[in-house]
Design a protein. Structure first.
Length: 318
């Protein structure tokens, strides 16, 4: 089969490309000028130069195809550069659906995401609207909703790589996301990371399985991991990390009476540090305290090595 791919130069796209070639399909990719080197095994692929906003290039990419796969997704918007959730994750899909109809292509596979909903974030809404557009198209569609995807990044950004860059390698404490005013259950929400090879295989197999037509397929990984366990699992594998995370849920003026406490864990008191010292073999003289306020740096304990004040705008005159 000849398969047109929009978004084939990205992390997941490169792995789908491998699986398509292994199954003796002929991939035809839309590739932005200058990105040809990002195409894996490009000597075995058909390349069309252009981007998703170039109607003539898109039409050429879909010409003569038996099926098409749309993979473009972004995590951040850059409106000044025309990079938006609405533009790339909804409106581009809407145009591609019409182009597929014009070219007589019936089979359309769409990469969506776990948790999309009409009243969610702009990211979630744009993915949801793309799904609804495809469902109403009359095409033989399949929608994939993977959990967070990990695997060999091949020089691209993927889940583990991004965690390493933004959280594990960061000098700031790891966030323990929670809802509401109090950090009850902080770090306890679960993820089910899925390997990119499993996602790629699901796309390629769907091309041959009629029972996947008009199906929305959830693609979680086999194991659910709390956020804190996710971080402590990934960190050693990428050459860094931490052994434990600690937080204080109390505040002297907390709304909930059960958490209204002026405890020994609140900085600059050393309660959390003392707990860590009791549970881990920590060399204080070769350790450092990092924070964005002076009280973060001077807990009531002796023998600490370096202290680093992060310039976020708090107490810089101190």
């Amino acid at each position: 089969m000849k398969i047109s791919i929009i978004g084939g130069t990205g992390f997941v796209g490169s792995h789908i490309l491998d699986k398509l070639l292994a199954a003796n399909h002929t991939p035809r990719l839309l590739v932005r000028p200058g990105s040809e080197s990002r195409v894996e095994q490009r000597e075995r692929c058909e390349l069309v130069s252009g981007d998703v906003d170039d109607a003539s290039a898109v039409a050429e990419c879909l010409e003569g195809a038996d099926a098409m796969i749309y993979l473009i997704g972004i995590l951040r918007e850059f409106p000044s550069r025309g990079i938006t959730f609405d533009g790339l994750q909804f409106r581009a899909v809407d145009r591609l659906v019409q182009t597929a109809k014009d070219k007589g292509i019936k089979r359309f596979l769409l990469m969506s995401a776990n948790g999309v909903k009409p009243d969610g974030t702009p990211y979630q809404r744009s993915k949801f609207m793309a799904e609804e557009t495809l469902r109403a198209s009359g095409l033989d569609w399949t929608i994939f909703r993977p959990s967070v995807i990990f695997g060999d990044p091949r020089g691209r950004m993927e889940f583990c790589t991004q965690l390493k860059r933004d959280i594990i390698d960061s000098p700031l404490p790891a966030p323990l996301f929670y809802e509401g005013l109090l950090p009850t259950g902080a770090g306890a929400f679960e993820l089910a990371p899925v390997h990119v090879d499993d996602v790629a295989q699901a796309f390629v197999r769907a091309l041959q399985l009629p029972e996947t037509v008009e199906q929305t397929l959830q693609l979680p990984g086999p194991d659910k991991l709390p956020w804190k366990q996710t971080l402590t699992t990934i960190a050693p594998a990428v050459g860094g990390g931490f052994d434990a995370l600690y937080y204080c849920p109390h505040h002297p003026e907390a709304v909930a009476v059960g958490y209204r406490l002026d405890c020994q864990c609140r900085k600059p008191r050393p309660g959390l540090l003392e707990l860590a010292l009791a549970e881990h073999d920590i060399d204080l003289a070769n350790s450092c305290f990092i924070g964005d306020s002076v009280r973060d740096l001077f807990p009531d304990v002796e023998g600490v090595g370096a202290r680093v004040l992060v310039a976020t705008g708090h107490e810089l005159s101190s």
